[in-house]
Write a protein that binds this ligand. Structure first.
Ligand SMILES: *Cc1c(COP(=O)(O)O)cnc(C)c1O
Length: 346
């Protein structure tokens, strides 16, 4: 069914661990070199300002703030929305709760209330309602609902986000959405970013995932929110000086690497289809650029090692092995990966 990969050079590494492993192309490096810069802590870097307005405009929000990472962007947002001792309601498997080194509690002094997510990575309106505690002296008070889109490659429908935001607003909670990979949802759904963010109070997007920029995220919200966010960014050490060399990559990425995310989605689908009939392997395809392989034991570690032996890197051996497509993965790489996995099971 698939052409043999005998022509593939073993020196060529296929890195499917994450969409963060991409390297800036020559054209992206050229825009870095040519970028107009200034001291951004003084608000004088024209390229940073251009990126912030561009992303804010796409998100339909008043203002944007360029920050070094998605982790810092989320922490700033949570610290803007919550005071110390306030509670944030969050999905128990969301990045803000699990993968940000506990910054929300350790740095922000904010109390997370993690809720189990459904098979699509979502929270329900009923769950959120039930999690909001009454206003008594012994309960921490929820100020924020923290959402995510995509969640492990799964799209959260805009209508559902709207419904969660209405519930939050009814109870006086703000809503922040971690949109590290929201670009993938936007391209997969074929809708403007602003449709996915229309009912949010704040949105964080990553430039360093599928978009392929080396560094950076943008936090968006109302003007007064972003003013406060800039102070907290400074507090956390995220005020950068001539950051236009980095912002230029973000602008380049929005121009050249956004629509092409559809190719990553097609590659992920092709990989999932190419493995679907293997008996001892269950493939969990996602909606976008991610899929998970559920190998039976004792295949997990040997399968990952077999792939590594062929220069193919995937997520660590676990019940579900994560695979992520991105702009440095070609259709040939996908065909080779299918061949090598099928070879393991032959
Ligand atoms: C990667 C990621 C982040 C954090 O981004 P960094 O720039 O790596 O700090 C936040 N949320 C989600 C869902 C992510 O995938």
């Amino acid at each position: 069914m698939y052409a043999s990969s005998s022509t593939r050079s073993t020196a060529h590494r296929i890195d499917l661990r994450s969409d963060t492993v991409t390297k800036p192309c020559a054209a992206m490096r050229a825009v870095m070199a040519a970028a107009e810069v200034g001291d951004d802590v003084y608000g004088e870097d024209p390229t940073v300002r251009a990126l912030e307005s561009r992303v804010a405009e796409m998100a339909g929000m008043e203002a944007g703030l360029f920050v070094p990472s998605g982790t810092q962007s989320n922490l700033i947002a949570l610290m803007c929305h919550c005071n110390r001792g306030d509670e944030v309601i969050v999905g128990a498997d969301y990045h803000t709760f699990v993968y940000e080194a506990g910054g929300v509690a350790a740095v922000g002094g904010i109390m997370p209330n993690p809720l189990p997510t459904d098979s699509n990575g979502g929270l329900s309106v009923e769950q959120v309602k039930a999690a909001i505690k009454p206003d008594t002296t012994w309960f921490a008070q929820a100020r924020l609902l923290a959402l995510e889109n995509t969640v492990s490659g799964q799209i959260q429908a805009p209508e559902h986000i709207d419904a969660l935001c209405r519930t939050a607003a009814d109870h006086g909670l703000a809503v922040h959405l971690d949109g590290a990979r929201i670009w993938n949802a936007m391209v997969a759904l074929g809708i403007p970013l602003a449709r996915l963010s229309s009912s949010l109070d704040s949105l964080s997007v990553c430039l360093s995932k599928g978009l392929g920029a080396p560094v950076g995220s943008v936090l968006c919200g109302r003007r007064d929110f972003i003013h406060k966010a800039a102070r907290i960014r400074k507090m956390l050490g995220g005020g950068m000086r001539q950051a236009g060399v980095l912002a230029a990559c973000g602008l380049f990425a929005l121009e050249h690497n956004l629509a092409r995310l559809a190719q990553d989605h097609a590659n992920a689908r092709c990989l999932a289809e190419g493995l679907a009939d293997i008996d001892r392997l269950t493939v969990h395809p996602g909606d976008t650029n991610m899929l998970f392989l559920e190998a039976e034991e004792p295949d997990r570690a040997p399968l990952v090692a077999h792939l590594a032996g062929h220069g193919i890197l995937v997520g660590p051996p676990a019940q579900r092995i994560r695979i992520v497509t991105h702009l440095d993965i070609s259709e040939d790489d996908i065909r080779d990966t299918i061949d090598v996995i099928r070879q393991y099971y032959e």
